[in-house]
Design a binder for this molecule. Structure first.
Ligand code: GLA
Length: 718
């Protein structure tokens, strides 16, 4: 999978369908090619192009550096800025050697993709002799997965300290061309809407400075041929296995080549590196697809499901849950919870999740975060008997936490007012009336581990919703010296990851779902510890179609929490049919978030039918191949997506229509990824069609008199 040709000094990394070539030229590691898989020999075509540089040796700005830095005549954006003892950041990194190793090493203190005897890693050492900086680049290629993992480590081999001011762990020069870019834009309740625009000539960046990947910009960017769509065209995409602030950028080289980069956000990051110390960057995931956006997403989905998500729940069917948040908010007691749970059990749910409000004196959101002790007023019998009663109903017991936070009105804050991120002499900005703990501090980490573990040990709890409801302001640790203050955000992430590793490995049977005011921290860093994320606090079925559609660009459906809620919807006041709310929620990990005890008999029957359907389809929905068919941001009235089972025998097509229109034009949905010559029966009918017909003639959209109508078509190969 990885080879090095000494005569040409060319590295060739081969995935299942892509090739990635680099060349050492006069000691400089340069990028040659990323695209469709090529035989080794053909790369000679690229060599003359790079040879052309020989006559322009002074023109370093033309060199497609793998790791561009401040040196000689390179003027485009840099991947590394390291300030040396003299105060300059000139860095001439030159090739020292490389190793091709079986497997993949874990990254120190950071989440990263793992291997199961199916990977090979290339490590390349680059060194600056004057400052004694050693940069080790790491590239991992997999068999069976089409994702290239890339990270770097910086070692200070000198005797004086260094300051790392900028680290971009991935940088790729794309071929010159006309491109569009696509990213996922949003805010609270409007997460990950697809935004596609022409790639500008010049510089463009997507940032988070929030101390979380954030609602605003997901850490993902695709750059693609102008004519690429869901099914065709070349797409180059990046995301990373990190949950904090980031920068994703595209600069344009002097030769009009887009330079794509991903790394730490230099506005909120700096790192002091003592002699002998190393700094490890997060890991970037690079995907190339010649099959358009669906090809890109399918590569991400399979990899995230199998090489980012871990543990007992990776492949296990995810439980159908009922959560009490939108049903009761803070106003519940044991009796009320059990009333909802009983109805949940009757309709076939498998897990009851007790959301916010069970601890301290938390009757509103203005207190008690940090005091993880059960509220005796609401739950006089405590957690254990509640768990037993739920278990007796045939339900598992799940619980909500927001461990990274502290309310100013809490015992924890009164005891440790300096445990939050803050700057002396300035306001401690509150958001949702809470402050954020300094997770970089060991004593804070230990407190959280102890507090969460003791609750989990106190009852038969098998699910945790791990929430994080605000971003960082005054994001500085009071225990760090001035020259290390800008390390606070990254130290927070390292502390968080230590806490998550500790807790999730102590409770391997517990299913963890991450959340951040809905989907404010939907990233591979969190998915490494928790295989699912609450997609959005917006549970309106119509809005959710766009949110789930966008989320699916990178993340598999098995990673998305999706719940049926009440109408009028609490976020939009919109009324949608019960069946449509169910049909949208089955595009993720299905659950209910409403007071089931108030459901009409008719809706109870519909809820039962939906649960039954999800149970029948769960393997296809969670393990199958997902394709987007109709993009709601491009079609004025329809959206559609599709699942094909791993064995390719079953096909599930979900179709959503927004409004009834008078004298409607006939519309069609064209299926994808079927075997053209295979024949598929539409379940519940005797209708049998070839894969080719379903893909090229398509299904006609049925007529309806209802707004927000939806359909689920099931096909089985005959
Ligand atoms: C966040 C979550 C919600 C709910 C509330 C509880 O907003 O996204 O699902 O858990 O917190 O306070």
């Amino acid at each position: 999978m990885i080879s090095f040709t000494p005569s040409t000094q060319v590295f060739h990394l081969q995935g299942e369908t892509y090739s990635y070539f680099m060349q050492v030229r006069n000691g400089i590691l340069t990028h040659l090619y990323w695209g469709d898989k090529l035989p080794d020999a053909d790369i000679s075509l690229l060599i003359p192009e790079t040879k052309a540089y020989a006559s322009f040796d002074s023109d370093y700005n033309r060199l497609p550096y793998e790791v561009p830095t401040q040196e000689k005549g390179y003027f485009s954006q840099r991947a590394l800025n390291i300030l040396n003892a003299q105060g300059d950041d000139v860095l001439s990194l030159r090739y020292q050697g490389h190793r091709i190793l079986p497997g993949k090493k874990a990254l120190p203190a950071l989440p990263a993709a793992y291997a199961e005897n199916d990977a090979e890693t290339l490590e390349i050492d680059l060194r600056d002799d004057l400052t004694h900086v050693l940069v080790t680049l790491s590239y991992t290629v997999y068999q069976g997965f089409d994702v290239l993992c890339r990270s770097l480590q910086i070692k200070n081999e000198g005797t004086a300290p260094l300051r790392i001011a900028n680290v971009q762990e991935a940088c790729v020069f794309l071929p010159k061309g006309e491109y569009d870019m696509l990213h996922l834009k949003g805010s609270h309740c409007r997460e990950r809407h697809v935004l596609r625009s022409a790639l500008p000539r010049g510089s463009f960046s997507l940032d988070s400075r929030r101390g979380a990947s954030g609602h605003e910009n997901n850490p993902f960017l695709a750059v693609m041929e102008r004519n690429a769509d869901e099914h065709k065209g070349q797409v180059y995409a990046m995301t990373h296995v990190y949950s904090g602030s980031f920068r994703l950028s595209v600069d344009t080289s002097i030769d009009d080549r887009p330079i794509m980069m991903l790394g730490m956000n230099p506005d909120v990051f700096s790192w002091h590196l003592e002699a002998g110390e190393s700094f490890q960057s997060p890991e970037a995931l690079l995907v190339y697809s010649a099959q358009g956006l669906n090809g890109m997403s399918q590569r991400f989905h399979k990899f995230i499901r199998k090489r980012i998500c871990r543990g007992t729940w990776r492949d296990a069917p995810r439980p159908i849950l009922v959560n009490n948040w939108e049903a009761t908010y803070f106003g519940f007691n044991e009796e009320k919870l059990l009333e909802i749970a009983r109805r949940g059990a009757e309709i076939g749910c498998e897990l009851f999740v007790m959301d916010d409000g069970w601890f301290g004196k938390r009757d509103t959101d203005n207190c008690s975060l940090g005091d993880w002790v059960v509220d005796q007023k609401k739950l006089p019998n405590g957690l254990k008997p509640l768990g037993e009663k739920l278990n007796a109903l045939g339900l598992q017991f799940g619980i909500w936490f927001e461990p990274e936070m502290v309310s100013p009105d809490s015992e924890l804050y009164r005891a440790h007012p300096d445990w939050c991120l803050h700057v002396d002499g300035r306001d401690r900005t509150q958001a949702r009336q809470q402050l954020i703990l300094d997770m970089g501090r060991r004593e804070v980490q230990d407190y959280i581990i102890q507090a969460v573990c003791s609750v989990l040990e106190s009852a038969n709890i098998t699910y945790v919703k791990w929430d994080m409801n605000r971003n960082m302001t005054e994001a500085f640790s009071c225990v760090l010296p001035a020259h290390r203050k800008l390390e606070s955000q990254h130290r927070y992430m390292l502390g968080l990851y230590r806490v998550l590793e500790e807790i999730t490995s102590r409770f391997p049977h517990v299913l963890f779902e991450s959340c951040s005011g809905g989907g404010g921290r939907f990233d591979c860093g969190m998915l490494y510890y928790m295989p699912q994320t609450w997609t959005s606090d917006d549970t309106d079925a119509y809005e959710r179609i766009g949110i789930q559609y966008g989320t699916s660009m990178v993340y598999p459906c098995s990673a998305m929490g999706a719940h049926v809620s009440v109408v009028p919807n609490h976020q939009t006041n919109r009324i949608t049919p019960f069946e449509t709310r169910c049909n949208v929620a089955l595009g993720g990990n299905f659950g209910f978030e409403l007071d089931l005890s108030k459901l009409s008999d008719e809706d109870t029957q519909k809820a039962k039918a939906a649960v039954q359907l999800v149970k029948e389809l769960r393997t296809v929905l969670q393990q199958g191949t997902f394709s987007r068919l109709i993009d709601p941001s491009r079609h004025d009235n329809l959206a559609s997506w599709q699942f094909v089972s791993e064995d390719e025998d079953q096909v599930v097509v979900c179709l959503y229509q927004r409004r009834v229109k008078p004298n409607m034009q006939p519309e069609r949905v064209y299926l994808a990824n079927l075997q053209p010559h295979a024949r598929y029966r539409l379940e519940g009918t005797e209708e049998v069609y070839s894969g080719a017909a379903l893909m090229h003639i398509g299904l006609s959209v049925p007529h309806t008199w209802r707004d927000y109508e939806s359909w689920v078509f099931r096909f089985r190969k005959v």
